[in-house]
Design a protein around this ligand. Structure first.
Ligand code: SAH
Length: 210
C-alpha cells in the first residue's frame, strides 16, 4: 500500500468513527502529508492512528486527536489562531488550510527549526512559529479568534484568556500529567464557559526555560 492509499484509508476510518465530520476539515487532512512531519524511520507508520515520537521526548498527536480538536475549534477562513505547542508543525499545517493565519509557539529550539523547515517545504505561508513559552501567549498578534493548546495544561493560563477575543473559542487538554480531559471553552466577557468532552493523554505543558 502506498502512503497515499494509507492516507485515504485512515481518512475513511476517521469519518466512520465520526472523528472527521466536515468536508473542509477532511480536505485539509487529505492535503497535508503527515509523513513529512515524522522522523524518517517512522514514515511507514505515518498513517497509523497513533502518536509518534518526534524527538526530545515529544510526540506528534494521533490523527484522530488532530481531527477531533480541529473539528471542535470550528475553524473559519477569517480566523486568526494561536496554537501552543507547535511540535512537528503538523497540526499548524492542517489549521493553515482552514483559517487566515496561524501563530504557533514552541518551547524546544530544535523543534522550532525542523517545523519551520517542513512548513516551508509544504508551502504553508500563513503559519508563523514563535520560539518561546506558550504560558505567555503571543501578545504581538493578539487578540485571537481561537486558541488551541496541544500540550496538557493544568489550567488555562490567564495570559492566554486575555489574548482571546470576546466570543472566542479554545480547545485544550486540561488536567494532570497522566490523563486530561479535552475541554472546549468560549469567552463571554470575563467569563469562560467550559464544555468537557472525553479523556485524552498529552505531553505536559512545561514552564518556559528562557
Ligand atoms: N501540535 C503538535 C503536537 C505537539 S506535542 C504537532 O502537531 O506535532 C506538544 C508540544 O508542546 C511539544 O513539542 C512541546 O515541546 C511543546 N510544549 C510544551 N510546553 C510548552 C510551552 N510551555 N510552550 C510552548 N510549547 C510547549
Amino acid at each position: 500500500m502506498t502512503l497515499k492509499e494509507a492516507r485515504e484509508r485512515l481518512i475513511r476510518n476517521l469519518i466512520e468513527k465520526k472523528f472527521l465530520k466536515t468536508e473542509k476539515v477532511i480536505q485539509a487532512v487529505r492535503e497535508v502529508p503527515r509523513e513529512l512531519f515524522v522522523p524518517e524511520k517512522f514514515k511507514k507508520f505515518a498513517y497509523a492512528d497513533n502518536p509518534l515520537p518526534i524527538g526530545i521526548g515529544q510526540t506528534i498527536s494521533a490523527p484522530h486527536m488532530v481531527a477531533v480538536m480541529t473539528e471542535l475549534l470550528e475553524p473559519k477562513k477569517t480566523d486568526k489562531v494561536l496554537e501552543i505547542g507547535a511540535g512537528s508543525g503538523y497540526h499548524a499545517a492542517i489549521l493553515s488550510k482552514l483559517v487566515k493565519m496561524v501563530y504557533t509557539i514552541e518551547l524546544e529550539h530544535d523543534l522550532v527549526i525542523s517545523a519551520r523547515k517542513v512548513l516551508q517545504k509544504c508551502g504553508c505561508k500563513n503559519v508563523e512559529i514563535i520560539e518561546g513559552d506558550g504560558n505567555e501567549g503571543y501578545e504581538q498578534a493578539a487578540p485571537y479568534d481561537k486558541i488551541i493548546i496541544t500540550c496538557a495544561a493544568q489550567e488555562i493560563p490567564k495570559r492566554l484568556v486575555a489574548q482571546l477575543k470576546d466570543g472566542g473559542r479554545f480547545v485544550a487538554p486540561l488536567g494532570g500529567t497522566f490523563v486530561q480531559e479535552l475541554v472546549v471553552g468560549t469567552k463571554k466577557g470575563e467569563e469562560l464557559i467550559l464544555e468537557t468532552h472525553f479523556n485524552c493523554v498529552f505531553v505536559p505543558m512545561r514552564k518556559g526555560k528562557k
